[in-house]
Design a protein around this ligand. Structure first.
Ligand SMILES: [Zn+2]
Length: 197
């Protein structure tokens, strides 16, 4: 970062690009708020998405006043609003088990099979996704969920439903929304991209 500031002092584009490449290679070592500030100051978009995603993944109380000053109010408000939307989406996924559209032929008791599926979803995915003390990602929650006992569900119904959940990527909507907001912010806040970076 110091090299970057020096490059601006000496108006050197090459040094600036070199410094940005060096930061890009070690981007996970930097505070994401610093990276957002850097993107805004040096008109580069390349680090914005990664830094923004890392900020969205943080708890709001982990973001300090100094971080807010660095990233700016617009970015901070967008993060706070996004976290609300993502939390709502997580609740919907946790509390709305996918329906069993069709039971396999050797499912002896479809009613009982469905009841067990819903109960295990509630007690499994519901608990894993909504546990405030230990928030798991969807992938982590699913991994724990598929290891549970599925009561009297027919083996074929259970496998089909687990595959359905695995393929559905229930959090995809959330991830796309984060990308959409980040793109809007980049287009609004960073007028000129340094194309050569
Ligand atoms: Zn069944």
């Amino acid at each position: 970062m110091d090299t970057l500031k020096l490059s601006r002092f000496f108006m050197s584009l090459t040094t600036c690009q070199h410094a940005l490449h060096a930061i890009d290679a070690r981007k996970y070592h930097f505070n994401p708020a610093d990276l957002i500030q850097l993107c805004r100051e040096f008109n580069t978009r390349s680090l914005f998405m990664v830094a923004f995603q890392r900020l969205v993944d943080k708890k709001l109380y982990e973001i300090t006043e100094a971080d807010v000053l660095k990233m700016g109010n617009t970015v901070f408000i967008a993060i706070a609003q996004l976290r609300d939307v993502l939390e709502e989406h997580r609740h919907i996924v946790a509390t709305e088990p996918p329906m069993i559209a069709k039971h396999v032929e050797d499912c002896n008791n479809p009613v009982r099979c469905a009841q067990d599926w819903y109960a295990i979803w509630w007690n499994g995915m519901g608990r894993f996704l909504l546990d405030g003390r230990c928030t798991l990602t969807f992938e982590e929650a699913f991994k724990c969920f598929e290891g549970l006992q599925f009561g009297q569900m027919a083996e074929g119904c259970k496998s089909a439903m687990l595959q359905l959940v695995k393929d559905s990527d229930a959090f995809l909507h959330g991830r796309l929304y984060v990308k959409e907001v980040a793109t809007r912010l980049v287009n609004t806040l960073i007028m000129e991209d340094n194309e050569e970076i």
